[in-house]
Design a protein around this ligand. Sequence first.
Ligand SMILES: [Zn+2]
Length: 156
Amino acid sequence: MNVKKFKKGVKSKLSKNFASIEFDCSCKKCTETLIDLDHVIKLQKLRDDLGSSIKINSGYRCPEHNANIGGAKQSQHVLGTATDIVVKDMAPDEVADSCEYFKGLGRYDSFTHIDSRDRISKARWDNRSKKEHLPKGPSNEEIDKMLQDIEDDLLK
Ligand SMILES: [Zn+2]
């Protein structure tokens, strides 16, 4: 985890395709945005792999806003490690299938939740109205290996 604070409403470039403003909390009160830059690296990898633009529906949530919308108390959004995304011309299920290297992966009808939680164990959940195929996905060890490979690639 490499969480940094950014000024809300200001467009700071984070990677080739992402800027801090896209992660801003949607409330009208808070003034700073927490973003895990390690999560952004993986998000950029996803963007490169898919070759399609990614819209962030929800990134950072300040504790107050998270409580107001009934978010989970331990929400990764509050820590700055989570994004709910929609990929242009791709169904959320298809997107989720490409996101197995994220520690946290939640399937929803209209978006995909991905997070880079600082935990040993992965988290997988299905909030779709029709729960169809839910792939078993990689093991914790396999995810760690994928993350290590991503890191190694960056150092090349
Ligand atoms: Zn807020």
